[in-house]
Design a protein around this ligand. Structure first.
Ligand SMILES: NC(=O)C1=CN([C@@H]2O[C@H](COP(=O)(O)OP(=O)(O)OC[C@H]3O[C@@H](n4cnc5c(N)ncnc54)[C@H](OP(=O)(O)O)[C@@H]3O)[C@@H](O)[C@H]2O)[C@@H](O)CC1
Ligand SMILES: Nc1ncnc2c1ncn2[C@@H]1O[C@H](COP(=O)(O)OP(=O)(O)O)[C@@H](O)[C@H]1O
Ligand SMILES: [K+]
Length: 443
């Protein structure tokens, strides 16, 4: 966004014009959300504060009773301009400032350097606690917009209004949990799509003349605990794989009859669209070693990630790996930077597509593309939901989507399947909800 803003300015758009659009959009969202609720707008010294002055003017024009409390006089030229357009009073933001029903936080946005000073942070918290509704301009103040880290602790907001494109802080923890509903306003500039929020996928239409192999043969390798691979296999089948086969030394109870169980591992079968290795593998590393000898695309999950030992072993493999935080650190160690930086660095190092899981799942490609998952329900945090995801990714890869697209489509569908399955779901229900999630794509 910073680069896009600079391009817009070089092409003749003034910062004031962008600020006018941003402030108007903030006011519009606040009005739609809170109506004529009296508002207190907290303004900082930079352009985030500038947006606050503009929003105040637009809200007052709509008949909202607005107060402004500012830390200091504006410092940036555009914010000085916005301040000058405001005809009302500006209170000094200090310990005597009284609350209002609606609090709009325009203290700091993308320009925050360090955490808020102690006294200011306390006052900010008090006013937030004493209001009924809280709306943040761009990002809640105290959040580092590039990493989602809280430079000083941040109260929770019902809504955050941001401009042009989402910032990493809207989709990375811990800040994602503080933003509430994120409203994205168009201010006439567009950021590069290389980093983007994952959207509803477009899946290639089925070939009317196709057969079960052309829809994708997913081959899963079982290990010590076959329940986990059973979940992956079921998820792959419900995600539309034409054929799902599980290599297992003992028969797995309760697997749908459509899923074929074999006691051999035909991993060099050229028809395999995608292999899955890892779920329930336990400490049988030869299952992984075997998988790595296959030329087929593969999803490497769970214990297999831990057993890889070296990211370099993934070089030359057509692999998607799906680590949660612990598995990620076991394989890549403690990398520097934000979760987004770490995901991209891991993809570059390994040459694999990385699905870095958690409440803020990311999909990173070695070529620099980065997808942020839209928020998914917290009830996904239960055993086996990762196994389901691995199966979904394998089905998408098996049907011919390229690795980054396959992982992105599966992550999006996984979140929607969780919403459909509901708060009391277990991983089996999640797998069973996949067809309904897929049906959303036809609406
Ligand atoms: N992107 C776009 O296209 C558009 C962006 N827009 C808006 O601009 C916002 C970014 O504005 P911004 O760059 O002026 O930064 P902002 O967050 O207001 O803070 C900078 C000020 O705070 C100060 N300061 C920093 N840290 C501090 C601390 N810990 N404690 C105390 N002070 C501290 C800092 O001081 P300095 O570092 O200069 O000494 C400076 O004075 C963005 O979030 C969006 O809302 C729209 O208006 C138009 C289109
Ligand atoms: N708090 C949360 N909110 C949303 N999704 C979550 C949350 N915690 C975990 N998840 C998702 O649930 C899944 C858990 O996978 P994983 O940790 O591998 O568990 P398991 O190995 O038991 O299957 C991942 O897709 C992850 O992104
Ligand atoms: K803010």
């Amino acid at each position: 966004m910073r680069a896009a803003e600079q391009r817009a300015i070089a092409a003749g758009t003034s910062v004031e014009a962008l600020m006018e659009r941003a402030g108007a959009a903030l006011a519009e969202a606040a009005y739609c959300h809170a109506g004529k609720m009296p508002a207190l707008i907290l303004c900082g010294p930079g352009n985030n504060g500038g947006d606050g002055y503009v929003a105040a003017r637009h809200l007052a024009d709509r008949g909202v009773e607005v107060r402004i409390a500012a830390i200091s006089e504006p410092k940036s030229e555009a914010a000085k301009w916005a301040r000058g357009q405001w005809r009302g009073e500006v209170e000094a933001l200090n310990s005597s400032t009284g609350p209002s029903l609606l609090l709009i936080d325009a203290l700091f946005g993308t320009g925050l350097r360090e955490g808020l000073e102690d006294a200011l942070q306390k006052q900010f918290y008090r006013l937030a606690a004493d209001s009924q509704m809280r709306i943040a301009c761009d990002v809640p103040s105290g959040v580092d917009s590039d990493s989602g880290v809280e430079l000083s602790s941040v109260p929770g907001f019902e809504m955050t209004v941001t401009f042009g494109a989402l910032k990493p802080a809207h989709r990375l923890m811990p800040s994602m949990g503080k933003c509430g509903r994120v409203v994205l306003a168009d201010i006439g500039i567009e950021a590069s799509p290389e980093w983007h929020e994952l959207g509803q996928p477009v899946l290639p239409a089925l070939d009317p003349g196709g057969h079960k192999y052309s829809r994708g043969l997913v081959h899963a390798l079982a290990g010590k605990m076959p329940g986990a691979i059973a979940l992956s296999a079921k998820a792959a089948a419900y995600s539309g794989a034409g054929y799902v086969r599980v290599s297992t030394s003992r028969s797995i109870d309760g697997l749908p009859s459509a899923i074929v169980q074999t006691d051999t591992a035909e991993i060099n079968d050229g028809r395999i669209g995608c292999l899955i290795v890892g779920p329930g593998m336990g400490d049988i590393p030869r299952v992984l070693t075997l998988a790595l000898t296959s030329h087929a695309p593969k999803v490497i999950d769970a214990d297999a990630i831990t057993h890889l030992g070296e990211p370099e072993r993934l070089r030359g493999q057509d692999a998607i790996i799906t680590p949660h935080q612990g598995e990620f650190e076991r394989l890549f160690g403690k990398l520097e930077g934000s979760k987004a930086d770490r995901a991209l660095e891991a993809a570059k190092r390994s040459g694999a597509v990385i699905v870095y899981k958690g409440p803020d799942t990311l999909v990173a490609s070695p070529d620099g593309r980065l997808g942020f998952a839209p928020p998914a329900p917290a009830w996904l945090a239960s055993a086996g939901t990762g196994d389901v995801l691995a199966g979904m990714i394998a089905a998408m890869r098996g049907r011919g989507l390229e690795a980054f697209e396959a992982a992105s489509a599966a992550v999006w569908l996984h979140g929607r399947a969780a919403e459909i399955a509901g708060a009391q779901m277990i991983a089996d229900d999640l797998a069973a909800a996949i067809p309904q999630a897929l049906a959303l794509l036809n609406d």
